[in-house]
Write a protein that binds this ligand. Structure first.
Ligand code: AMP
Ligand code: MG
Length: 492
């Protein structure tokens, strides 16, 4: 392990014209609030060398690490359905890429490091609370096994940020498989720069799907690969009760990682229409809409790629449509596999198992049962104890008929109760980032400079499948009145 980032900056080197070289703004009083030691080690870095004053200067943007080539990446995006031809890194910078210990190329990027030429009316800054939210939710997703960008560090700037209120400022250092977005392709396609779209597709394929690099139609291979990753990713969100909140095409990563934890939340009482974002007035990005929105976003990617797929527009469209039309079936295959794990059943009759899962969700919905605890207590029922499950229902007899069906289905499956329960507990977490716990931790950090609640919550989120007694406070839903009023804001 070393103190130096071993940068190898392929984006800056190979994609000139796709970005603007830019420098982070110097800040007044850097202070390190969070360092992800395990992630630093993954990147081959010595965490001790990143702590203290060096880490504060480095992660606030005051002292660039050797080999960094900071650039603001260009991208466009469909936001709530409408096209913005120029978004780009308004307050973010890609410092460069490092090859991690497993040989994977990872982006190292700042968020909140000052205005760039893409800043439009923004101030280029970020506040402590939202950046620590990225830490909490990203680490929770990672611990749940859901592909995600992750926070390496958060440094306070010692400068104020003006939002609805004046807040303390911070810079996040984010690690990502890449920051290529659907919107990156849209940016060049919208300008008619099809040669650049083709080049970007080649770059993306070499980076994320090296096995497909020799494909005769690289742009089509890329579309297929991205569709496969998004189908798998959105299923993971759905089965965890996660609502991204702002699935604009600039927030959909080509890598298949979850990116941009702004107005996101985990749902509590199960409701397919659940949405928490204060700006999502029509529920475009509600829980149940996430699969069709992913497909809609993929259609925007396909459009951008069309000229690179085939010079004959009809043929290009037909090839792209084949991929898009296959998305629902692909998604449903993943979904059923995930639901079977959570139900504790193996392969069987697809239609019957889908109906069994649908019956369960319908029951949770009608009885407003907490999504996470509902699944978790079903595992207890598999182990022979139904009381904790029934206690979640307003009417304790409500799940009886469904439980009979489920038990019959389980009987077809070889495992005994304890083995089934154990497997189910590995598929349905106990600890998720409960909205009230996240808010409590962020408020203490942002308003009082007290990081203790944040650190305790982070520790709990790193063991989501554990149910040790000390984790009990993190497994409880918020009081319903709190959830009813809960909104997350885009003013990040
Ligand atoms: P987001 O909603 O965070 O995905 O960002 C959408 C777009 O707005 C991106 O181009 C961001 O770079 C830009 N943006 C968001 N907040 C700011 C800010 N405070 N200053 C400059 N640009 C911003
Ligand atoms: Mg974004």
């Amino acid at each position: 392990m070393t103190a130096a980032f071993a940068f190898d900056n392929s984006y800056a080197r190979e994609l000139e014209g796709f970005y603007v070289p830019w420098k982070p703004a110097a800040v007044a009083a850097p202070r390190l609030l969070f360092l992800n030691r395990a992630l630093a080690e993954e990147l081959g870095l010595d965490p001790d060398s990143l702590a203290g004053a060096r880490g504060a200067d480095l992660f606030a943007g005051n002292a660039l690490p050797e080999g960094a080539q900071p650039i603001a990446q260009a991208y466009a995006g469909h936001q709530f359905g409408g096209f913005s031809p120029q978004l780009g890194d308004g307050r973010a910078l890609l410092l460069g890429e490092v090859i991690d210990r497993r040989g994977l190329r990872r982006d190292v990027a700042f968020k909140g490091s000052g205005r760039t030429p893409f800043a439009r009316n923004g101030d280029g800054k970020a506040a402590v609370g939202p950046m620590l939210r990225e830490v909490l939710v990203g680490e929770a997703m990672h611990a749940l096994g859901i592909p995600t960008t992750r926070a390496l560090a958060v440094a306070a700037t010692g400068e104020p940020v003006h939002r609805e209120r004046t807040l303390p400022g911070a810079v996040l250092t984010r690690i990502a498989a890449s920051h290529l977005r659907v919107g990156t392709f849209e940016y060049f396609a919208a300008r008619g720069e099809h040669e650049r779209v083709r080049k970007l597709a080649g770059y993306a394929l070499a980076r994320h799907d090296p096995g497909l690099a020799g494909d005769p139609v690289p742009a089509l291979a890329l579309l297929r690969a991205v569709a496969a990753r998004q189908a798998a990713l959105v299923v993971r969100w759905m089965n965890a009760g996660f609502i991204h909140g702002v699935m604009n095409t600039d927030n959909m990563a080509i890598s298949g990682e979850t990116i941009d934890y702004g107005p996101c939340a985990f749902m509590e009482a199960f409701d397919p229409a659940a949405v928490f974002s204060s700006i999502d007035h029509h529920g475009r990005y509600a829980w149940a809409n996430q699969p069709p929105i992913a497909q809609w976003n993929l259609a925007r990617l396909a459009e951008a790629l069309l000229p690179a797929i085939d010079p004959d527009p009809d043929r290009a469209a037909a090839l792209a449509m084949e991929v898009l039309d296959d998305f629902p079936a692909r998604y449903h295959r993943h979904l059923l596999a995930g639901r079977r794990e959570k139900l504790g059943i193996g392969a069987g009759d697809d239609a019957a198992d889908e109906a069994l899962a649908a019956g369960w969700l319908d029951l949770l919905h009608r009885q407003r049962v907490d999504f996470t605890l509902g699944w978790r207590r079903l595992a207890d029922a598999a182990a022979g104890d139904e009381a904790p499950l029934r206690a979640l229902f307003a009417e304790r007899e409500a799940p009886s008929a469904w439980l009979d069906r489920w038990r019959e289905r389980c009987a077809e499956d070889g495992r005994d109760g304890p083995a089934r329960a154990q497997a189910m507990r590995g598929a349905s977490p106990f600890v998720i980032p409960r909205n009230h716990r996240v808010e409590e931790a962020l408020a203490a950090a942002s308003d009082a400079g007290d990081l203790a609640p944040f650190e305790r919550l982070l520790d709990a989120l790193r063991r989501p499948f554990d149910e040790a007694p000390e984790l009990a406070p993190y497994g409880e839903p918020a009081p319903p009145a709190v959830t009813a009023c809960y909104q997350t804001f885009c003013g990040t």
